[in-house]
Write a protein that binds this ligand. Structure first.
Ligand SMILES: [Zn+2]
Length: 469
C-alpha cells in the first residue's frame, strides 16, 4: 500500500503526542530538585580535576556517594579507571529491559585554569550577575551534575523506563591521551556502558542577544590530525650565509599554507544545517546561508569570510601552531620545524590532507609527516526517535525554537563511541550566547537560568527516550 508508510508515521506522531507523560510545560524543575543539581554542580566544580594537575577520582567518588545515599545499590555503581587518579563512574538505573540501554555521558576532567589568569578563583562556584562562574561550569560539569541529579529524581519518583539508563562520568576527555576514560571503559568494561545510543556534550543551545534561536543536536565532528613540517640542513657559520637555509624553506612553506584554503563544501549534516540557519538568521546573511545549502560556491566564499566558525564548518582547516628551529645565534640552522594542526571534515581522509599539504608546501626540502594515525569517526544516523524527542522537549521549553542537527569543529568523546558502534548525539539544552562561549578560556561561565532550564530539558528528554510509547 503506497500510503501505509505515511499513515504509520502519522500514527506514530499522534501516539507520541498523546502519550507524553513527562512533558509538563514547566521550564525548570521544582526547587528541591534545582537545589540538588546546584549542590552536586558546586561540589564537582570545587574539586580540582584538571587533566594534568588534578584527579577525576574524587569527583567520581562524590557522585557515587550521592547515588548510594539516594538508594542506588553498590552493584549498580562502578568506579574504576586507568590509574588511581583517573577514575570513571558508571551507574545503571534499571528499566524493564524491553529496550536496549541508553547511555548518558559527561566528562569530569577539565582544562587547567590558573588563578592568576582569572579574575576570581576558578575552582569556586561563583554566582554573580546571573551567571555561574568556574572552570567546568560549561565544559562539562553542568551536564555531569544534571545527569546525576535527574537520575536521583527518577528513582525518587519510581520511574520505570523501558530501558536501563546508564550514566558514565569519565576521565581525560580534555587530555585525550592514554588515560581517556571512554576508551578505557570500551576496552575494559564494554558491557557496563553498552547502549543502543548515547547522549553527550557538544550540542548546546544558541542565543543571539538574549534570544533563544537554535537547540543543537550534534551528530558529527571534525577530527584532528597534526602534521610536522621539518627541514634538515647541514648548517654552517652564519658569517657565510647561503640561499639554502632551513628556516627560509620552512617559512616559505608556511607562507604558502597561510594563503591556501581547502575546498569549500557541504556534507549530509552541514547542508541541512545551513538551510536551518538561513531560516533562523535575522540579518543580511540569510540569503547567502540558503544559497550555501543549495551548493553555491560564491555564497560559500562570502559566508566563510564572515566568521571563523562558518569557515571551519565549510572546509577542512590546517593552521601552524608550534615552531622550533636553529641552535645558535651565530650558526646557520640545521633544523627548522613546525606543527600544523588540522581539523578535518569527516568525509576527508587523512591521506588526502597529507597529499594536499605536500602540494601546497611545494618544496621537497620540507618533509611533511602526520603525527599519529588519526581516523575520522562516523556520522551518527539521524534517528527519528532522538530527533522527535529532542523536538518535543525543546518545544515544551522554548516554544518555536528549532532543533538543528550539526557538526562541531571541536572533538569530544562522541567520536570514540561512534567508532565503537554506539551512535552518539551531543545535546544539552543549555543555551549560551553566540558571542559568549568561554569553554577552555578565562572566567568560564554559563547563565544560571540556562543551567536550570537544561536540567529540566534533559530530565524530559531522557524520559521520552527511555520510555517511548
Ligand atoms: Zn568537553
Amino acid at each position: 500500500m503506497p500510503n501505509s508508510k505515511y499513515f504509520s508515521l502519522l500514527l506514530f506522531f499522534a501516539a507520541s503526542f498523546l502519550a507524553s507523560p513527562s512533558l509538563n510545560g514547566q521550564s525548570t524543575r521544582p526547587d528541591a530538585e534545582k537545589k540538588l543539581a546546584h549542590d552536586i554542580y558546586k561540589e564537582f566544580i570545587e574539586i580540582q580535576s584538571g587533566f594534568t594537575t588534578g584527579s577525576t577520582t574524587p569527583v567520581a567518588e562524590a557522585a557515587a556517594a550521592r547515588l548510594k545515599a539516594a538508594g542506588f545499590s553498590e552493584s549498580d555503581i562502578f568506579l574504576g579507571g586507568a590509574n588511581p587518579r583517573k577514575a570513571n563512574l558508571v551507574v545503571r538505573y534499571r528499566g524493564t529491559g524491553k529496550l536496549k540501554p541508553i547511555l548518558l555521558l559527561a566528562h569530569i576532567d577539565v582544562v587547567e585554569a590558573k588563578r592568576e589568569d582569572w579574575s576570581m578563583d576558578p575552582f569556586q562556584l561563583n554566582e554573580r550577575d546571573g551567571y555561574f562562574y568556574g572552570r567546568g561550569t560549561g565544559d562539562d560539569k553542568a551536564q555531569a551534575a544534571i545527569w546525576i541529579a535527574n537520575l536521583i529524581q527518577y528513582k525518587k519518583e519510581g520511574f520505570k523506563p523501558d530501558r536501563d539508563i546508564i550514566v558514565a562520568l569519565t576521565a581525560d576527555e580534555e587530555g585525550g591521551g592514554p588515560f581517556n576514560g571512554v576508551d578505557w571503559l570500551i576496552a575494559n568494561h564494554r558491557d557496563s556502558i553498552d547502549a543502543e545510543f548515547c547522549l553527550n556534550e557538544g550540542g548546546w543551545g544558541e542565543m543571539i542577544n538574549g534570544k533563544h534561536v537554535a537547540n543543537y543536536l550534534q551528530v558529527a565532528e571534525k577530527y584532528v590530525v597534526n602534521f610536522r613540517f621539518e627541514v634538515r640542513n647541514k648548517g654552517g657559520h652564519s658569517s657565510l650565509p647561503v640561499a639554502d637555509n632551513a628556516i627560509y624553506h620552512l617559512a616559505g612553506g608556511l607562507q604558502r599554507l597561510s594563503q591556501f584554503g581547502f575546498p569549500l563544501k557541504t556534507n549530509e549534516v552541514t547542508k541541512p544545517y545551513f538551510q536551518q540557519m538561513a531560516n533562523i538568521e535575522p540579518g543580511p546573511l540569510k540569503q547567502d546561508l540558503a544559497a550555501v545549502a543549495q551548493g553555491s560556491q560564491e555564497a560559500m566564499q562570502r559566508v566563510a569570510a564572515t566568521s571563523a566558525a562558518f569557515n571551519a564548518t565549510l572546509r577542512t582547516t590546517c593552521v601552524a601552531t608550534l615552531l622550533e628551529g636553529g641552535h645558535a645565534m651565530n650558526a646557520l640552522p640545521q633544523l627548522a620545524a613546525a606543527t600544523v594542526n588540522c581539523r578535518v571534515l569527516p568525509e576527508d581522509s587523512a591521506d588526502y590532507v597529507l597529499t594536499t599539504l605536500r602540494e601546497v608546501v611545494a618544496d621537497d626540502q620540507v618533509s611533511v609527516k602526520p603525527l599519529g594515525q588519526p581516523e575520522p569517526g562516523p556520522v551518527s544516523p539521524l534517528r527519528p526517535d532522538v530527533l522527535d524527542a529532542a523536538r518535543r522537549a525543546t518545544e515544551s521549553h522554548w516554544h518555536g525554537v528549532p532543533v538543528v542537527p550539526n557538526m562541531v569543529m571541536g572533538a569530544t568523546d562522541g567520536k570514540r563511541l561512534r567508532m565503537s558502534g554506539i551512535p552518539t548525539y551531543g545535546i544539552q539544552g543549555i543555551f549560551i550566547d553566540r558571542d559568549d562561549v568561554r569553554f577552555h578560556g578565562r572566567d568560564e561561565r554559563i547563565m544560571i537560568d540556562s543551567f536550570y532550564e537544561g536540567q529540566s530539558f534533559l530530565f524530559d528528554l531522557v524520559k521520552l527516550l527511555a520510555k517511548p510509547n
